[in-house]
Structure formats: C-alpha cells, structure tokens
Design a protein around this ligand. Structure first.
Ligand code: ATP
Length: 299
C-alpha cells in the first residue's frame, strides 16, 4: 500500500496588484492581473508529487477554459487526474486576491465546481481510495465527501490527514478520524475558542476533539506534534521569507508524501517543516513548492 490520494479543491487564482482597494460604488483602474493555479487540494497534491510521491486526486472543475488548463497543470505535475471531472454549467472554482503595496491581501473565493461533488463521486473512486496509503483533505469541498473518503481509506488500512483549512463547522465525527489533524494557530483558535492559549496547551484541547494525533503549524516557529502521549516542537530554519502563500499547503503535501513513503510522524513532521520553509523563499503558491533537493538543502 502506498501513495497519496487528495480529495480537494482546484481553483483558478486571480491575483490583482493594486494601489488601494475601491470603496463601495467606486472604480479603481491600473490594477495588474496575474493568473495562477491554486486551490488547497491541488496545491497539496502538486507539493506531494514534486517531492516524489505517487499522487491521485478527486476533484471537480467547470467545463470552461480555466478548468481544462488546471487539469492539464495537475497532470503535468505528475498527479493522476482520473477522478478529476468537469461539471457542465458550473464555473471552475476561483479565488480573487487583491494585494496592496503594503503586502496585505484580501481574498474572495467562489467555490464553483468544488462543491459539485459528494459521497457518490467518492464511491466511484473507491477502488483507488482503498489502494492509497494516505488520504489528504481540506475543507474547501463537501464535508460529506471528505468523511466518506476517509472511511474508505481507513477501512483498507490507510490513514487520514485532515488539514482544517479554511476553518468552518463540520460534522464532529470527521475530526475523530484524523491522524493527524493539521491546523495553524488561527484554525486552532477556531476549534477551541479563546481556550486556545499557548500552542502546547492548545494541542491538549485539540486531542480532546478525537483525532489520534495533532500537528499545529507555527509559521517561522516551525510546528508542534502531539502523538502517542507526548508533544514535541520542531523549529523551522531561518529563511528569507518572500511570500508565505502556500506554506501550509507545502507543509501538508510534504507530510503526506513522507507518511505514504513509510515514515512515522516523528520523521515526517520535521521534513514538512523544512518544505514549508523552502516554500516561503519564493513567490506564489504552486510555483514556490520545493523539490527534494531544495528541502534537503535546508537541513
Ligand atoms: P499559509 O496559509 O500562509 O499557506 P499557514 O498559516 O497554513 O500558511 P504556517 O504555520 O504559516 O501555515 O506555515 C506552515 C509551515 O511553513 C511552518 O510550519 C513552517 O515550517 C513554514 N514556514 C512558514 N513561515 C515561515 C517562515 N517565515 N520561516 C520559516 N518557515 C516558515
């Protein structure tokens, strides 16, 4: 048993660099537009594939030019897209990201086709799911599909890595299937409320929600792993942070790749910390995902 299976989102990212955001009713011209492939699911699938894992993905795009390009991009990155379909009459998922000169970004997401699949589409991929070592999912797609896929993978002896991003209410049972549950500090606070506090205390609260293991990513501070009754912090190397977009997806993809390759969490988490650090040294989400040589170069 080996390989990573991602049930997740595929988005077209529209990045607008502009002097300032318009007030309601106002028009601002002169914005510079760049298009990038995105979506947390696709980003983590490409991250795992770039690090040498065998990766398949279940997802949906619209029957439009963006969708076709995004699927081609996944295939070129080495991701098996057998279970990526296009949905007629629904637009491809899109993220509209405005970036002002101070580096601040504001994002509007239109899920489009990402919300057009559920448990039925998961069942159609059951055979490949059962052959996967690690299932990766985030929360940009239907939670029912995620739960169904997790049960299929785990029923065949695989594990379920749940990245709780973007944070939203989900059926409680899904958290209990995760091994590990991966959150950043913001997502930890969403799950725990103000009780979040220090990360070391937060992991106890998060374990109390049922997952077998928890990873809290801490940006430049690295990550915290709670598993098997102990908690360990893995520091990140000092790097020149150019753009942190996609660091979390790089982390998740690297973690999944190592777990699918047979590592335990104690080995896979420090590797993922290095992959996240490598990703912040370059601009963009998928464009900044590191190769194995770049990750090892930071060790
Ligand atoms: P994003 O939403 O920006 O993709 P995130 O908030 O989900 O990221 P972070 O905790 O910010 O996730 O980062 C994930 C991992 O990336 C960290 O655990 C760390 O390994 C690495 N990382 C992020 N920022 C830095 C940094 N400034 N320096 C070194 N490593 C970093």
């Amino acid at each position: 048993m080996s390989g990573v299976f991602v049930v997740g989102s595929i988005n077209q990212d529209f990045v607008l660099r502009l002097e300032r955001r318009p007030e309601p009713g106002e028009t601002v011209t002169g914005a510079e537009l760049s298009l990038f492939p995105g979506g947390k699911g696709a980003n983590s699938a490409v991250a795992a594939a770039r690090l040498g894992a065998r990766v398949a993905m279940l997802g949906r795009v619209g029957e439009d030019a963006f969708g076709a390009d995004l699927v081609r991009n996944l295939r070129e990155a080495g991701v098996d897209t057998t279970h990526v379909g296009s949905v007629p009459g629904v637009p491809t998922g899109s993220a509209f990201i405005t970036v002002t000169p101070d580096g601040e970004n504001a994002i509007v997401v239109s899920p489009g086709a990402n919300r057009s699949f559920g448990p039925r589409e998961v069942d159609a991929a059951a055979e490949d799911l059962r052959a996967a070592g690690v299932l990766v999912a985030q929360l940009e797609v239907d939670a029912g599909a995620v739960g169904r896929a997790a049960r299929a993978v785990m029923g065949a002896g695989g594990r379920f890595l749940l990245n709780f991003a973007p944070p939203r209410e989900v059926p409680e049972g899904i958290l209990a299937l995760a091994d590990p549950l991966v959150v950043n500090e913001h997502e930890a606070r969403f799950l725990l409320g103000e009780a979040g506090g220090e990360p070391e205390a937060a992991v106890e609260g998060l374990l109390g929600r049922g997952p077998r293991s928890v990873v809290v990513t801490l940006g430049a501070e690295g990550a915290l792993l709670a598993a098997g009754g102990s908690t360990r912090r893995f520091g990140a190397p000092e790097v020149e942070a150019v753009d942190t977009t996609g660091a979390g997806d790089a982390f998740v993809g690297a973690l999944a790749a190592r777990l699918a390759g047979g590592d335990g969490l104690e080995e896979a988490v420090p590797y993922a910390v290095l992959a996240g650090a490598a990703a912040v040294t370059r601009e963009g989400a998928q464009g900044s995902l590191p190769t194995p040589e770049e990750v090892e170069g930071l060790d």
